[in-house]
Design a protein around this ligand. Structure first.
Ligand code: G3H
Ligand code: 13P
Ligand code: ZN
Length: 283
């Protein structure tokens, strides 16, 4: 059965590694994530965004991940990524998700706290763990100048207050990453991460990790990140393989011959990330 993210992160905290959280939208990516985790003997988090749920349907996502987990030797969690409303969270609880994120990061602090508390109160009694976000992670497409972006970074003192007030299980922090493909190289505020870690005693989550150099990810893990989110790098590997296949053989009409190699390419990139995060061999 699916395990809460909090359970996976508790062990990661003790042993000092991060668990990979990979976004899924379709059958092939669900299969790729679980195959990679099995090959690496790693615990794994599959996560679905609202966009993924809209595309595939919440029950399809939950059913695919349940089937994947049932056949696997490694522990699997199913997590809502960037949940934006209480109702969305409720639908995921009903569908059998083992963890949810409520992203109130665009709200004023007290409203973020109120929304997160409400989600924690609903999820905890049914054994579902909750991730929240403080500071704003944003997308590379937001086109915010690097200096302005710092205004959205997580404030360590505020993080401590937020965690005390909400009782949330894990916290996504804004320390210089962004969602999507970076234009240059991202620069992470490691001192801020360390300060947050000193003040906040729950696992920290790094979003927007695609395109962050391996060494920077390793440093973030050394400084206390316990969950690392990857979507864009899977998209690139998957669609890149589709494109190569169609370039090689423009006459191909069998979806299996196009999506099969894409699934293989996704497995490879996911395995590489797991080794960087340190969760390989930890299942
Ligand atoms: O956080 C963003 C993830 O990469 C999901 O993206 O909303 O396009 O599914 P999406
Ligand atoms: P990337 O697409 O930049 O890897 O971000 C993934 C993420 O943070 C999902 O919540
Ligand atoms: Zn994210």
């Amino acid at each position: 059965s699916l395990v809460p993210v909090s359970v996976l992160l508790k062990t990661a905290e003790v042993e000092g590694y991060a668990v990979g959280a990979f976004n899924c939208n379709n059958l092939e990516i669900v299969q790729a994530i679980v195959a990679a985790a099995e090959a690496e003997n790693a615990p794994v988090i599959m996560q679905a965004s609202q966009g993924a749920i809209k595309y595939a349907g919440v029950d399809y996502i939950a059913a695919m991940v349940r089937v994947a987990a049932r056949g696997a030797r490694i522990p699997v969690a199913l997590h809502l990524d960037h949940g934006t409303s209480f109702d969305q969270v409720m639908r995921c609880l009903v569908a059998g998700f083992s963890s949810v994120m409520i992203d109130g990061s665009h709200l004023p602090l007290e409203q973020n706290i109120a929304l997160t508390r409400r989600v924690v109160a609903a999820a905890r009694p049914v054994g579902v763990s909750v991730e929240a976000e403080l500071g704003r992670i944003g997308g590379v497409e937001d086109d915010i100048a690097v200096t302005d972006r710092e205004a959205f970074f997580t404030d360590p003192e505020e993080a401590r207050y937020f965690v005390e007030q909400t009782g949330v299980d894990s916290l996504a922090v804004a320390i210089g990453t962004a969602h999507g493909r970076y234009k240059g190289e991202p620069r992470l505020d490691f001192d801020r991460l360390t300060r947050i870690k000193e003040l906040v005693h729950i696992p920290l989550v790094l979003h927007g990790a695609s395109g962050v150099p391996d060494e920077a990810i390793r440093e973030a893990v050394r400084r206390g990140v316990r969950k690392v989110n990857i979507d864009t790098n899977i998209r690139e590997a998957f669609v890149g393989a589709v494109r190569r296949k169609l370039d090689e053989n423009p006459q191909e009409i069998d979806p299996r011959k196009i999506l099969g190699p894409a699934r293989e390419a996704a497995i490879e990139v996911i395995r590489e990330k797991m080794r960087v995060f340190g969760c390989s061999g930890k299942a």
